[in-house]
Structure formats: C-alpha cells, structure tokens
Design a protein around this ligand. Structure first.
Ligand code: SAM
Length: 279
C-alpha cells in the first residue's frame, strides 16, 4: 500500500510526499510532532502538520539562516538562537571561528529529543562545547537579557501557536534591546509567494526599530512556494554591502557562497516593489 503525507497551505493548496515509514508520532505540550521517512527527501520532521526540516534539503535553510547574518557582522562572538529545535542552525553557527558562545532557547524539549534520536546528522550541532541549550520561551528569555548578543537568529515555526509572539513588533523591540550596540538579527520570514503582506509588515517594523531592514531569499524544495525569505534587522552593518572577497571560507558548505550572500538580496520585482512601496 502507498502511504502519502499531505501538507496543506490554507484551504487552497497542498503538497504530498510519498512516505516509506512513519518513524515516530507524539503530542508534546506545545504541538503535534511526527518524524516520517519520505521517499523524495529522507527523514522529515513535521510539527502541527507543517514540514520543519528534511535530511534531503535542510542544508539550504540552515546555511542561509546562519552564514548570511554571521558574515554580515565583523566578529560575532556571542550568538543567540530562538527555536531551531532540530539543531541544524546551532550546527552551522559553531562552524564560525569567531563564535565563542552560542545559546539556544527552544520552548519544546520533545523536538530536541526527537531530532537527536531520528535526525542525528542535523542535531549534531548540540554536541558542540561552544553551545548551550536552554528549554524556555524565547520571548521571555530575550526580554531578560539586554545588551548581550552580537547576532540573534529566530529559527521559528510559522506564526501560529507558541511562535505567534516571535513575529510581533513588541518582540522585535526586545530583540533590539538584547543586541549589543552594533548587533543584528535575522528571522525566517515565510514565503514571498503566500505571505508577502507579512514580509512587508516585518520590514516596516524593523526599519522603525533598527533603522535598517533587509530581506533575502533562498530556494528550499520542501517549503511552500519553494522560494523562502529571511529578514535582517541591523543596528549598524548593512548585510547587502558585504565584500564577498573578504568572506572567509567555511569548508563543507553546500549552498551558501560569498557571491550568493550578495546575490540573495537581489529580490524579484514583485517582492522588492512591495517592500519599497510600503516601508
Ligand atoms: N526550519 C523550520 C521552519 O521554518 O519550519 C523551523 C524549525 S525549528 C523545528 C522551529 C522551532 O521553534 C520548534 O521546535 C518550536 O518548538 C520552536 N518555537 C516556537 N515558538 C517558540 C518560542 N516562543 N520560544 C522558543 N522556541 C519556539
């Protein structure tokens, strides 16, 4: 018998993946969690019916949410990750030689446990001596740590459930306070094809709070629309003006390149125009 997993985008679009085996399901205190072995992308982490990451294409998201902001700062030493329970972002952050400490605050320890058990090639980030994992609400943690971090990475689920507040203006103000005077942060900011209003609103908030906001894109097969966006709020450095020749090479990357760092900020016209118009 053929088994398929279908992810719904609202009530108008769905993507289906053929499943070899359901490896794990549980109801955590925060969300429904599943790990599936899929035919096209291998093992896949699913929360509340939405694909979070797959062994097949995770490198694209994790490299782009990490190396773009870290290479936009001249010397990031102290980094905070909010969310990111699969460990892939931590795995990428600790590759940077300047990083001395990476604190990760994930609300749901069951995501971490399932990732360590079923996605060890992604969760290996948690083994680094530079890393520290705290199980708590990222919104609360950020409020309680002013003037502490060089770079903050918001690796969250979609704006539903415990992640709703991670997309709020109030949270972005707390992030601004938690950063040092030349700090910057990045948030995964959803699909330009389906969530353009949200991306425009995030840019407007960040420009007011930080002075500078920049959206960039990457192409991730298992996210709706495949074109995915990330948005940076920065107090000082412009991530678009980084000189690719000065970016130090990190071995073993499969998507991010210094040229792509700059190229990723070249937005399709329908995205660039909306952001420019409304900000
Ligand atoms: N790459 C993924 C994506 O875009 O779909 C996100 C991956 S990661 C699994 C997202 C994590 O954010 C989840 O493990 C979830 O528990 C966590 N999260 C949601 N709200 C949170 C909050 N308020 N504080 C800390 N972590 C949170």
């Amino acid at each position: 018998m053929e088994l398929w997993f279908t992810e719904k985008q609202g009530d108008f679009l769905a993507t289906s993946y053929r499943v070899r085996k359901t490896l794990h399901t549980e109801k955590t205190p925060f969300q429904d969690l599943a790990v599936l072995d899929t035919v096209p992308f291998g093992r896949m982490l699913v929360l509340d019916g939405f694909v979070q990451t797959t062994v097949g294409d995770e490198f694209i998201y994790h490299e782009m949410i990490t190396h773009v902001p870290l290479n936009s700062h001249p010397s990031p030493k102290k980094v905070l990750i909010i969310g990111g329970g699969d460990g892939g972002t931590m795995r990428e952050v600790v590759k940077h030689p300047s990083v001395e400490k990476c604190i990760q605050v994930e609300i749901d320890e069951k995501v971490v446990e399932a990732s360590k058990r079923f996605l060890p090639e992604i969760a290996c980030g948690f083994d680094s001596p530079k890393g520290e994992l705290i199980i708590d609400d990222g919104i609360k943690y950020v409020k309680e740590h002013p003037d502490t971090f060089d770079v903050i990475i918001i690796d969250s689920t979609d704006p539903v459930g415990p992640a709703v507040g991670l997309f709020s203006r109030e949270f972005y103000s707390s992030v601004h306070r938690a950063l040092k005077e030349d700090g910057l942060f990045v948030a995964q900011s959803e699909s330009p094809n389906y969530e353009l209003d949200l991306i425009v609103r995030i840019n407007r908030d960040l420009r007011e709070i930080f002075g500078l906001s920049r959206t960039y894109v990457a192409h991730i097969q298992t996210y709706p629309g495949t074109m995915w966006s990330f948005t940076i709020g920065s107090k000082k450095y412009d991530p678009k003006k980084v000189d690719p020749a000065k970016i130090a090479e990190i071995e073993g990357l499969r998507y991010y390149t210094p040229e792509l760092h700059v190229g990723a900020f070249a937005l399709p016209r329908f995205v660039a125009d909306r952001i420019k118009e409304q900000v």
